[in-house]
Design a protein around this ligand. Structure first.
Ligand code: ZN
Length: 115
């Protein structure tokens, strides 16, 4: 039998959810083949639910590991970004100094040519 929530019975018919009215299982929901045949699908909803959870847990763990990796990558990128910002600030300061220096040199050169 397939694990988790059933989508079809082996006979190809659909599945319907019913609620048990027996004394042993009052109000307990279950899946059953629409044909209600004796040898057709019957499954308690909470058993199917448990299988769903059991099957999804390893995937959640994988996602957790992936998220941890992504966080580390983001932190690495943030650091690179910060270093680039610092480099840009330094380059701006150097550019300003060069512009000032170029102005001084051209003024001095102009003065030298004129006098
Ligand atoms: Zn069936």
């Amino acid at each position: 039998m397939n694990r988790g929530f059933p989508s079809n019975c082996g006979c190809g018919a659909g599945i319907t959810t019913f609620t048990s009215g027996t004394q042993e299982n009052p109000g307990r929901p279950f899946f059953r083949c629409e044909t209600r045949g004796e040898d057709h699908l019957f499954k308690w909803v909470e058993e199917a639910m448990l299988e769903e959870v059991e099957d999804v847990l390893p995937k959640v763990e994988v996602h957790g590991t992936e998220i941890a990796k992504m966080k580390a990558e983001i932190e690495e990128l943030m650091e690179i970004c910060l270093n680039n910002k610092i480099e840009i600030q330094k380059n701006k300061a150097v550019t300003k100094c060069l512009v000032v220096y170029a102005c001084i040199v051209s003024v001095a050169f102009g003065a030298y040519v004129l006098y």
